[in-house]
Design a protein around this ligand. Structure first.
Ligand code: NDP
Ligand code: 2IT
Length: 446
C-alpha cells in the first residue's frame, strides 16, 4: 500500500461517499501520477491532481415523460462537466438503469485524460440517465429524449459542452435529442456528435471506437513484431463498439469467436464472419433482440449468465461495460495464452485484473487509450461541422489511424519501462495528464 496514494484518496473517498467506481478510476490514475508529480513539483504546488478530481460543475435534473399507456414516468438526468482546461466539455451520454452519479463521475474523469490523449481540443464530460431503453417503443424513447433535452439544452452548446452516445445512446437517440435541441434554440449547430450523415454527422463515427481499439491492439502487437493475423479473439458485448471491433478484426485476418450481452455469451469456434456480423447488426440495432438468438441461428454454444473470458483466445477486446473482467477472469485469460487486451469499454478490468496483466507483462491497452478513437472522430465531426464541409470515409479513417498511432506513441514515451516492455497504464495516465495540467497552470487557480 502506497502511503501517498492513501493520503490522496482519503479526502476523495470522504467527499464522494459510496461512489466506488469513481474512487476506482481516480486511484488508478493517482497510482501512476503521484510518483511523476513528486518528480515535477510544479504540479504538486498547483494542486493539479486535487483539482482534476473535483468536477467543475454537476447538473442533476428531473426527466418526466409519459409512456405508451399514459402513465407519468420519472427518471433522473445528469451531466458532469469535469474539466474544460483544453477545450469545451466533451463526452457521451449513457442511458442504462445502473446509471448513478458515481458511475458518471468515473466516466467523466476518464474522459478528461482520453480526450487529451487524442491531441484534439476537447475537455472532459459525461452524462446520462437511469432510463432503460430496453423494451421501450420508439415513441417512448423519443418522448424521453425530448424531455431530457428540454432541461439539458440550457447547459450545452457547440462551444460549451458537446454530448454524444454511449451505452443505450446510439443514432436513434442522438436524432431525437438533436431534433429537440434545434427546436428549442432555433439553431442548427454541431451541439451533439454521432449525428446522422445527412444532418451533420461524420463518416466513420459509428465505426470509430471499435476500429480504434483494433488499431491500438495492432500497434501494440506490431511493436513486438506480431499482428492480429490468424489470432483467435474474444470480444464481449454486442453493441456499437463490439460490432465494429469484430468487423475490423476480420479485416486484419483475426478470428472472433465470442460475443455477449447482459444475459450471456456465445462461442462460435468457426468465427463470426462478415455475413454473421450483418445478421447480428440487424438483431441488435433493428430488432433489438438477445445474443442468445445467434446460437439458435448458427448452431453454436450459448452460456447463459456467463462472460466470454473462459474461452481460449490470443487476444481479448472487452467491449461491454465496467468491471467485466475480474481477477479470476484475468488469470484464466493469461493461463489460456491471451497475449493482448485492448479495452473498447471504459474501465472493463478491475484493479486486481489489471495487476494480473501488468505482472504477467502482457500487452494491456487501457480504455482511455485504446477506445479513444470514438471521441477522436467526434472531435473530427466537430471540425467538419465548423468548416461546414464533410470529409470522405478515407480521409476520416486515415486521420483516426494517425491519432491512434500517436496515442500509442505517447503511451510508449511515458510508459516504457525497458526496451521491450511498455506499461500502457502509466503511459496513458501521464501522457493524458501533462497537457491538461500545463493548461490548468497557465490559466491560474480556476
Ligand atoms: P451499446 O449500448 O451499443 O452496447 C452495450 C453492450 O454491452 C450491449 O451488448 C449490452 O448488452 C452490454 N452491456 C451493457 N451493460 C452491461 C452490463 N451491465 N453487463 C453485461 N453486459 C452489458 O454501447 P457501446 O457499445 O457504445 O458501449 C460499450 C462500452 O464501450 C461502454 O463501456 C462504453 O462506455 C464504451 N465506449 C463507447 C464509445 C462509443 O463511442 N459508443 C466510446 C468509448 C467507449 P445488453 O444489450 O444486454 O444491455
Ligand atoms: O466513452 C467515450 O469516449 C464515448 N462514449 C464517446 C464520447 C464522444 O464524445 O464521442
Amino acid at each position: 500500500m502506497d502511503i501517498k496514494v492513501e493520503q490522496f484518496m482519503a479526502p476523495i473517498r470522504a467527499k464522494n461517499p459510496s461512489e466506488s467506481e469513481f474512487h476506482q478510476a481516480v486511484r488508478e490514475v493517482a497510482e501512476s501520477l503521484i510518483p511523476f508529480i513528486e518528480e515535477h513539483p510544479k504540479y504538486k504546488h498547483a494542486k493539479i491532481l486535487e483539482r482534476i478530481a473535483e468536477p467543475e460543475r454537476i447538473i442533476i435534473f428531473r426527466v418526466p415523460w409519459i409512456n405508451d399507456r399514459g402513465d407519468i414516468m420519472i427518471n433522473r438526468g445528469f451531466r458532469i462537466e469535469m474539466n474544460s482546461a483544453i477545450g469545451p466539455y466533451k463526452g457521451g451520454l449513457r442511458f442504462h438503469p445502473t446509471v448513478n452519479l458515481g458511475i458518471l463521475k468515473f466516466l467523466a474523469f476518464e474522459q478528461v485524460f482520453k480526450n487529451s490523449l487524442t491531441t484534439l481540443p476537447m475537455g472532459g464530460a459525461k452524462g446520462g440517465s437511469d432510463f432503460d431503453p430496453k423494451g421501450k417503443s420508439d415513441n417512448e424513447v423519443m418522448r424521453f429524449c425530448q424531455s431530457f433535452m428540454t432541461e439539458l439544452f440550457r447547459h450545452i452548446g457547440p462551444n460549451t459542452d458537446i454530448p454524444a452516445g454511449d451505452i443505450g445512446v446510439g443514432g436513434r437517440e442522438i436524432g431525437y435529442l438533436f431534433g429537440q435541441y434545434k427546436r428549442l434554440r432555433n439553431e442548427f449547430t454541431g451541439v451533439l456528435t454521432g449525428k446522422g450523415i445527412q444532418w451533420g454527422g461524420s463518416l466513420i463515427r459509428p465505426e470509430a471506437t471499435g476500429y480504434g481499439a483494433v488499431y491500438f491492439a495492432e500497434e501494440m502487437l506490431n511493436r513486438n513484431g506480431n499482428s492480429l493475423k490468424n489470432k483467435i479473439v474474444a470480444v464481449s458485448g454486442s453493441g456499437n463498439v463490439a460490432q465494429f471491433t469484430v468487423q475490423k478484426i476480420n479485416e486484419f485476418g483475426g478470428k472472433v469467436v465470442t460475443l455477449s450481452d447482459s444475459n450471456g455469451s456465445i462461442y462460435d469456434p468457426n468465427g463470426i464472419d462478415e455475413e454473421k456480423l450483418e445478421w447480428i447488426m440487424e438483431l441488435k440495432n433493428i430488432r433489438r433482440g438477445r445474443i442468445r438468438e445467434y446460437a439458435d441461428k448458427f448452431g453454436c454454444e450459448y452460456f447463459e449468465g456467463k462472460r466470454p473470458w473462459h474461452i481460449k483466445c490470443d487476444a481479448a477486446f472487452p467491449s461491454a461495460t465496467e468491471n467485466e473482467i475480474d481477477k479470476n477472469d484475468a488469470e484464466i485469460l493469461v493461463r489460456n495464452g491471451c497475449k493482448v487486451v485492448s479495452e473498447g469499454a471504459n474501465m472493463p478490468s478491475t484493479p486486481e485484473a489489471i495487476n494480473v496483466f501488468l505482472r504477467q507483462k502482457i500487452l494491456y491497452g487501457p480504455g482511455k487509450a485504446a477506445n479513444a478513437g470514438g471521441v477522436a472522430v467526434s472531435g473530427l465531426e466537430m471540425t467538419q461541422n465548423s468548416m461546414r464541409l464533410p470529409w470522405s470515409r478515407e480521409e476520416v479513417d486515415k486521420r483516426l489511424y494517425t491519432i491512434i498511432k500517436n496515442i500509442h506513441q505517447t503511451c510508449v514515451n511515458f510508459g516504457a519501462e525497458s526496451e521491450s516492455y511498455v506499461n500502457y497504464v502509466k503511459g496513458a495516465n501521464i501522457g493524458g495528464f501533462v497537457k491538461v495540467a500545463d493548461a490548468m497552470i497557465a490559466q491560474g487557480a480556476v
